[in-house]
Every structure is written in C-alpha cells, then in structure tokens.
Design a protein around this ligand. Sequence first.
Ligand SMILES: [Zn+2]
Ligand SMILES: [Zn+2]
Length: 314
Amino acid sequence: MFGSHLSIAGSMANALLEAERLEMDTVQVFTKNQQQWKAKPLDEDEIARWTTEMDRLDWRGRVVAHAGYLINLASPSDELWAKSIDLMRIELERCAALGIPYLVHHPGSPTGAGSAFGIARIAEAYRALWPSVERLGTVCCLENTVGAGSTLGGRFEELAELRERIIASGWPADRVGYCVDTCHAHAAGYDLSTIAGAEAALAEIDRIAGLANVRALHLNDSKGACGSRLDRHEHIGAGTIGGRSLGKSGFAAVVNHPAFRNVPKIMETPKGDNPKGTPYDTLNLRRLRKLVADPVPIMGGRPRRGRAPNPSAR
Ligand SMILES: [Zn+2]
Ligand SMILES: [Zn+2]
C-alpha cells in the first residue's frame, strides 16, 4: 500500500482524488492547517464528500493523518502543554469524523527539561486525553525523529518507553503504535543504505519496540548522511539511503518486510514535476513499486522464493 502526503486545498476529498490520479493505494493528509492552533470545524458536506470518495476507492482502514506541527505534548510550559492536548483532541475528533484510522504525531520536545521529564509529560497528556477520545477508534502513531536537539524519539528505546508509559496511563495497546520514517531513522544513526543494514535496524526495532506495533511507514530518502540528525527528505533513490544502489538499499528490505505487508507506506518526498513534466510523486512511487519482489510463482509444484529485488532499479 503506497501513498503520499497530499494537499487538502479546496476540499479534503481533493487529496483522495489526487492520490487516485497518481495511481496510489492510500494517502496521508493534514486534516487542518498544520501551522495553526485554530481549526474551522469540518462541515457536513466536507465530511460527506470525503466519505463518499473514500468508500468508492475502498480505502477505509488505510488512510493516514499527520497531526499539526505546533503540538508539543512534552512542553514544560503549562500553557503550551494544555493547548497541545486540546489540539490533539481536535485532531483525533477530526480523524474519527473522517473515518481515518491512524494519526501520526511527533513525540515532542521537553526543551531543556530532559527526556525523562518529556516522556512523563507526554504520558500525562495522553492520560488527560483518554476520557474524551476513548470512543473514537483512531490509533495514535508515535513517529521516530532524527533526534536533533532536545527532540524526543531519535532512538526506539525512547519511543518504546514512551509507549509503555502511555499504556500504563490507561490507553489500550492497540490504540497506540509507531510510525517509522526511513529518513529520520537513517539521519538518527540507523544505517539504512544497505539491505543488511536495514535488516539489522529492523531486527533491533523489533526487539525494542515490536514491528507489529508499526502502523504506518514514511518512506523518504535522506539528504543528510547516516547519523547527521538532519531532517531533510530527498527523492527515493537520490539520497544517502538509496542513492548508491536503490535495489540494494534498505528500501528493498522495508518494502518487502512481511511485518509491513498491510502497513500504509507514505512518501513525504519533495513535490513538483521533473523537467519532462512527470510528477515526482509518480517517479518516486514507481521506484518503490519496482523494489517489491514478485508474487511467489509456483514452479514444478514447489513454491519458489520471490525474485531478489532488481539491483538496477532506480
Ligand atoms: Zn515523517
Ligand atoms: Zn522529516
């Protein structure tokens, strides 16, 4: 299931229509302006149009929303913390109204108060949220980050501890998961530039956090080197993950990993068209799909393993 983060300009449903036009299988959206605290309530028409298109595409259960950037559930400022909880509640209500099953958010930053404080603060925010969002089905996905500055979530140990604390605060385990961003992981020091490196990283993430809890993936190449802590997304196959040989890069391991078979895989790569007028989303999608090993053919009654990813795929 491949998709991209697409614009809701004009109408929420436009993101679905654009994803369909680009021949994707899913989409990620902001359900409101991601740079603002305020949100105009969704009107009935908007919800109806979205729902009609989502059902026509049969995309229930696979669409992803990304929470706004102002939310910081780890903030030591009581005012910002309370505003973040309020906006998180609104984000979850909007997802529920739109039938969106996954809400991805960055854990946040305790800005100098330390990671232990930040983790406790986020868990406390979740505890405060639970009574008003219990009836909503949306799953919160904690996204890994590059771990720059005091930002939480660069290491999966931290994300796993955070999730444990959230569950201890009263959230059921199936309502809080992870979103793994390949650019962020690579920039945070998990080397995804080779298949072996990615397999080792995924095994480590599985041991620490459980790959079954990964409910969404962000597939982005990285401008910054492994460990650079630079959060700059690059086209698939043009960055420090897939730039040397896309077919032998960690992308091949990620798109073929059995744990991710039914996980929405979202590109947050640069937009626009190439000089020939082809949308970069189309090119990046093509590159990722080419890495997916062929369905297992039956030869002489004996199932063969899927062909190895084409190393010349770019
Ligand atoms: Zn991301
Ligand atoms: Zn990023």
